[in-house]
Write a protein that binds this ligand. Structure first.
Ligand code: 2U9
Length: 340
């Protein structure tokens, strides 16, 4: 065996014996075997003299590293055994303990869970679906015309697949589409999840965000049922004194469409910084499911009606916690995250 191999096999021996040293006596045996003048390491140093000159640097380097390792481990174990039995000297048991730091759910997850719980108690079941979607489930089934600007590369992240039909979902609506494909009414679901939009990043918008959308389809579902359900949500989430108002809006997948405002929970409607002096906060979009969307999914619009709504989670969390820049929700700076 050449010297280098002998050094390597000595290293293995030393490493494995260190793991088994459990007493000061065993450590002393280790020292006498390896670290004294007649020990294994010194024997290697002497053998180094006889190796060919070209092998010397490498073998020398390995030997030095092994010596340093063996001596370091000896020192560490010696300190451990020396300190045994003197715990009182080393440890002041009257000092207050140090708490282990524990993590917690991100503010977006907390907000999403809170909203999900409210709707679950109102009889909604939670549904999920893929984040990589196709054009049909994200747009076509939802009555987006072929030339709708949302389909543009500017607004949607398209995937560079050979067929060219895949994209990152721009809303969680395709989840509801997939449920309607496989389930007959009555349907009463919410779809929480992450969505993607190719927007310029700013304090107000980010390329990733989260939504909770809801869908109810059954015989005789009315706009007033939508209003009652969403008022109940607003009172539970923003406070029992909340009042809501509906303003007309437009979405391709609902008709009529509306946006719902809630009285500002900070000033109670008087006007403040959070509601920009208006007394109202815009919190969600909603509407009656467009008959075209129902018929696209083989649900008879003469027999069934439905309502749907969409809540932006980041916006909701920012309003609730007074955060003025969406980007801090994605920077994972613990100084920020720890506050919520
Ligand atoms: C189906 C039919 C109808 C979902 C709806 C909204 C209104 C809405 C926005 C809220 C803020 C998106 O995150 S946001 O930018 N959403 O205003 N969404 S109705 O309507 C559907 C969904 C699926 C089959």
């Amino acid at each position: 065996m050449n010297l280098r191999d002998r050094i390597l096999s000595l290293r293995e021996e030393i490493q494995s014996s260190i793991g088994g040293i459990t007493s000061a006596e065993m450590l002393e045996e280790f020292r006498l075997k390896h670290l004294v003048r007649k020990g294994t390491l010194q024997a290697m140093v002497e053998a180094l003299r006889d190796v060919p000159v070209e092998e010397k640097p490498l073998a020398g380097k390995e030997l030095n590293s092994l010596k340093a390792f063996a001596e370091g481990e000896y020192k560490r174990l010696k300190e451990t055994f020396d300190n045994q039995g003197t715990a009182e000297e080393l440890l002041d048991t009257t000092l207050p303990g140090r708490n282990a730091e524990s993590g917690h759910l991100h503010i977006i997850t907390q907000t999403m869970d809170e909203i999900t719980r409210i709707f679950a108690a109102l009889g909604f079941t939670v549904e999920e679906g893929p984040e990589i979607e196709d054009d049909y489930h994200n747009f076509e089934a939802l009555n987006f015309p072929p030339d709708h600007p949302a389909r543009d590369m500017q607004d949607t992240f398209h995937i560079n697949d050979p067929v060219g039909k895949y994209l990152l979902r721009t809303h969680t609506s395709p989840v509801q589409v997939r449920v309607m494909e496989r389930q007959k009414p009555p349907i009463r679901i919410i779809a929480p999840g992450r969505v993607y939009r190719n927007e310029a990043i700013s304090a107000r918008s980010y390329c990733i965000f989260h939504q909770i959308e809801g869908l109810v389809v059954d015989e005789g579902v009315t706009f007033s049922e939508l209003q009652g359900t969403l008022l109940s949500f607003a009172k539970q989430f923003y406070g029992a004194k909340s009042v809501v108002r509906f303003r007309p809006s437009f979405f391709p997948f609902t008709e009529p469409s509306a946006e719902m405002d809630v009285t500002c929970y900070i000033c109670g409607g008087k006007g403040c910084r959070i509601c920009k002096g208006t007394g109202w906060l815009e919190i969600l979009g909603c509407g009656m499911v467009h008959p075209k969307v129902l018929s696209n999914l083989n649900i008879d619009p003469e027999k069934y009606t439905g309502y749907a709504f969409g809540i932006g989670i980041e916006r909701t969390a920012m309003l609730k916690y007074g955060i003025d820049d969406i980007r801090i929700l994605y920077e994972n700076d613990l100084r920020v995250l720890k506050q919520f």
